[in-house]
Design a protein around this ligand. Structure first.
Ligand code: R5P
Length: 292
């Protein structure tokens, strides 16, 4: 088995090489002076099971993923798996208004054309896996986040909005505590309004979990609400830490003790590794792709 490291996901690709006892493909990836992407795979991938690892965020990484997929497929491997630790455009997963493009579907359809299997990590909505036109599955960072939080004595896990309810419930089950969700109304790209949930968090150690932290507006408001209710300690966690602009300052400034994210997007808060979860999905799924 070969792992092809995309330039946006080198860390996870390295972990997967070790977890799967695979070989790392020798790949040249560079940009021409005008910014266009060039890729060349130097390893011979003929007859191999190949795992390409590449985030599809920001836009330029989508092009790189497509070029890596195409170059791999041309070598007639046994199977091609695309692992997308952070699948961009996932939040536009339906038409919210007439005339909009369903961006998640467009990206999925294009990428899915080249792969026998796509693996996503905590996609914004589970049904995004149905958009790929090829076999696509998701795995979750929640078990690894739970392991990280094991000794924090969390009393309650909070979802900052309804969309995060299942994630909060799963984390709370693994931590053996209760869960609740807040009511979020988005006023614009950066501003949200948060209304309380039903559990009393006074004097409790709280974890707030979401799939993505982008501008930090959602988390900052959720933390403020917990502070207002008298929570003793607040830990904030997400799978995908985009941390745009002043996101970190906003969240810590609103009273969070700690920010935890995974390494799907590597940053100073990547305290949790997702490779073990991805590797276990690949170990189970790739043997079923064998055509030789
Ligand atoms: C949206 O539904 C997502 O799950 C996150 O809540 C959202 O992307 C967070 O964005 P921001 O950090 O900009 O509030």
């Amino acid at each position: 088995m070969y792992v092809v490291p995309g330039s946006a996901s080198r860390g996870i690709a390295d972990h997967l090489v070790r977890e799967l006892s695979a070989s790392e493909a020798d790949v040249e990836i560079r940009r021409f002076i005008d910014g266009e992407c060039y890729v060349r795979i130097k390893s011979d991938l003929r007859g191999e099971d190949v795992v390409i690892v590449q985030n599809t965020y920001p836009d330029e990484n989508i092009i790189e993923a497509l070029l890596l997929l195409s170059a791999t497929k041309d070598m007639e491997p046994n199977s091609v798996t695309l692992v997308v630790p952070y699948f961009g455009y996932a939040r536009q997963d339906r038409k919210f208004q007439d005339g909009e493009a369903v961006s998640a579907k467009v990206m999925a359809e294009i990428l899915g054309n080249y792969a026998d299997l796509v693996v996503l990590v905590d996609p914004h909505k589970e049904y995004i896996t149905d958009f790929f036109g090829t076999k696509a599955i998701s795995c979750s960072a929640i078990p690894e986040i739970a392991r990280y939080m094991e000794r924090m004595n969390i009393d309650v896990v909070i979802a900052p909005d309804k969309g995060a309810v299942d994630r909060a419930r799963r984390l709370s089950e693994l931590l053996g505590c209760e869960s609740d969700h807040l009511e979020k109304t988005r006023l614009d790209d950066e501003v949200v309004e948060i209304k309380p949930g039903s559990i009393d968090v006074k004097d409790k150690v709280v974890a707030i979990i979401d799939d993505i932290i982008s501008t930090g507006g959602t988390m900052a408001r959720a933390v403020e609400e917990m502070v207002r209710q008298g929570a003793k300690e607040i830990h904030v966690a997400c799978t995908h830490g985009l941390f745009i602009g002043e996101a970190i300052e906003k969240i810590l400034g609103s009273g969070a003790r700690e920010i935890i994210s995974t390494d799907t997007i590597e940053n100073a808060y990547s305290k949790v590794r997702v490779a073990p979860q991805i590797a276990s999905v690949l170990r189970e799924s790739i043997p079923k792709l064998k055509y030789l």
